[in-house]
Ligand binder design. Structure first.
Ligand code: GLU
Length: 272
């Protein structure tokens, strides 16, 4: 059994994130497995200086310890996604080769006008597959003259994507509602979906335990595991901590960061 906590270092540690980390930690420990920390820092614009050190300190304070991570090393490193870019690029290439992904050269302007048109006709906003059928020689020419491009997942229509969630049971999503996800951006950085799936596979994670807000990403991940020909991990999506009016616990409603509780003098036993 291998579980992981995979935060993005974007600020203070939300109390709901610590709860998720705690479940992953307890599950690994109770099964004699390993628990690892992976820093999902591929969105460099959102990365906050010092956030990684801070979250390690806070988790340490809470007594949640790791077997592997950027701060202690391990056999499956590096544990920061920004240090694994070559791996994602290589894996995206394998999907191009197997016909499960394609280059998309659509400009920001085209995508924006597509989005506006879809919104105006009350259609779901999604990519229209414009570059899916570009002939190979045209793709080569566009690449040769260095036209900016992204790599997208080729999602087949008319399928039912199913998986068993440990908490919620059988989940079903129509593939028609799943966009041709961008996997690799034009700057060579992966999106969350690609990096998350490649890493969970390469780091041999057996149980993906995460917050409910990621549930709608999971069918995309299932399709990716399939496209790669990899065994998918077990999924458990945990409910979020809510305010009494059932809205998501946020700063506006008072304390949401663990740091706030530490500052107020709470003991870790009380918080846990
Ligand atoms: N980086 C995501 C987060 O910030 C990870 C979600 C997941 O566990 O897959 O929560």
């Amino acid at each position: 059994i291998r579980t992981r906590f995979a935060p993005s270092p974007t600020g203070n540690l939300h109390i709901g994130s610590v709860r998720t980390a705690l479940f992953s930690y307890l599950y690994a420990r109770s099964q004699g497995g390993q628990f690892l920390l992976r820093i999902e820092d591929t969105d460099q614009k959102r990365t906050v200086e010092g956030a990684e050190e801070n979250l390690v300190t806070v988790l340490n304070w809470a007594g949640i310890s790791f077997d592997e991570g950027p701060h202690i090393g391990g056999m499956h490193g590096p544990y920061r996604q920004s240090e694994r870019l070559a791996l994602y690029q290589e894996q995206a290439k394998t999907l191009l080769d197997s016909g499960n992904a394609y280059y998309c050269f659509c400009s920001e302007e085209r995508l924006e006008s597509l989005r506006q048109k879809q919104e105006a006709s009350k259609l779901p906003t999604r990519y229209d597959g414009h570059c899916r059928t570009l002939p190979a020689h045209e793709v080569l020419n566009l690449l040769k003259v260095k036209t900016p491009s992204v790599i997208r997942l080729k999602v087949q229509s008319g399928e039912l994507v199913m998986f068993e969630d440990i908490v919620r049971g059988k989940m079903k999503f129509a593939s028609d509602t799943i966009d041709d996800q961008v996997l690799l951006k034009s700057d060579g950085f992966p999106t969350y979906h690609l990096a998350n799936v490649v890493d969970d596979h390469c780091m041999e994670v057996t149980h993906v335990i995460r917050g409910e807000e990621w549930l709608s990403s999971t069918p995309k991940h299932v399709l990716l595991y399939r496209a790669f020909g990899w065994k998918q991990p077990a999924f458990a999506h945990l409910p979020l901590i809510l305010n009494s009016d059932r809205s998501k616990l946020s700063k506006r409603h008072g304390d949401s960061a663990v740091e706030d509780y530490i500052k107020k003098g709470y003991q870790k036993e009380e918080l846990l």
